[in-house]
Design a protein around this ligand. Structure first.
Ligand code: FES
Length: 64
């Protein structure tokens, strides 16, 4: 987010605190860690953790 110039709340920056929780409304993201701090249901509902997610396309997110 910061690299894109977006002011977004962050704390741990490692996927554990969920301060950055966002809802993906367009596009997809991928993670380098095997299981980011999201439940399967949250992932299915489009939630993501921008501090550790890498966009796999153009994305649009809303605060979680
Ligand atoms: S800043 Fe802690 S999970 Fe993203």
């Amino acid at each position: 987010m910061a690299q894109a110039g977006v002011d977004w709340p962050v704390s741990c920056r490692n996927g554990t605190c969920r301060t950055c929780l966002a809802r993906l409304t367009e596009g997809t993201v991928v993670y380098d860690v095997p299981w980011p701090g999201l439940s399967l249901e949250e992932k299915r509902d489009g939630y993501c953790l921008p501090c550790i997610a890498r966009p796999a396309s153009d994305i649009t997110v809303l605060p979680g």
